[in-house]
Design a protein around this ligand. Sequence first.
Ligand code: BGC
Length: 395
Amino acid sequence: MPNDAPRGDEPVVRHDRDDARYVLRGSTSPSPDASSADESAARIPAGGSAPGAAPGLAPGPRPAARRPSRALPIALIAAAALLLLALAAFATSLIIVSQQPEGNPLRDRALFVDPDSNAARAAEASGTEEQRAAAARIAESPSAIWLTPERVQPGTASGVVADTVAQAKTTGALPVFVVYGITDRDCGGFSSGGLPGDEYLDWVDEIAAGLGDRTSIVVLEPDSLALASECPDPDARTELVRSALERFSGTGAEVYLDGGHSAWLPAADMAELLRAAGVDQARGFATNVSNSQATDAEATYAMRISDALGGAHAIIDTSRNGAGPPTDGEWCNAAGLALGDEPHALDDPVVDAVLWVKPPGESDGTCNGGPAAGTWWPEQAEELVANADRLAGGS
Ligand code: BGC
């Protein structure tokens, strides 16, 4: 993954509307609007009349001869009050419904924790006590499962994926996969490789067959679009991503194309690339994959992209962003990173969830002392956990 130098020329400034929306995200308490609607509904006394609700019922002198029987006004008051209560409840439900993210596939779903992850194995393997403890800590949280042609070879992909999906189903958990095998993958970076065009699409077909119609999450080809302009044939790459995306159309997968990150391409450019790759056929896009930009900045970026696309949804990788990005802009096995927010779904119109897409503790490549890309790196795992603990402790 190159995921490289911050190149964003767009200042990340949260505008008011974004702020207003962001306030809602992740909050389990009702929004200000919803709670005030609730209050106003609650202020109408049950069986009584709200102020001004029933004109003509205010006490006042009336000619005795024309005084109506008590039964009629009581019935009218009760009917008016019921009507008001019904209207208030309806209005409240409209407000709440309009704030719910439509069809968020991650909402109320437990995420699959791979018992065979690199972290889980490292927790059992040799190393210092701190390193094993760090691995065990990381292994407890759901991280995405990366499907690369090296690990899941063509000819085996359907079976491997089907097994994982079946395993997840036994606990009712939702598996999150990353498909990472596109031709020329990171165009000469630490994760070079990938499969030639036709073989690649056959391999994606196998993955799609393995997923079947069960719900799963797929992050499609990290960096592929943001990096396209640095690859030999950007249009062919975009077309290949589009073709790969089409392969998932008959499956239960909710696909998020990769959308770079807030310090890389400007939102408008990223939106254009996503559009060209057919994001309208996907649930949306993923940001910050394997990077460490702060969640707020990513949320703002995601909203801008979503606005440009007319409402695509997003997920944000928080696996290593707890301390934000390093000041020197390093992306590859940067020092000083910390685990970020635990994966969880959000009540947000744009951002469906924060997830651990890059498994923390796995190297970005042979840079800054790390082993080959994707290899478990005990020292990094230990540092990520120690820094997260330090931040949680307020120091
Ligand atoms: C590597 C993959 C690895 C993934 C997650 C990528 O940079 O190229 O092999 O699975 O990171 O660690």
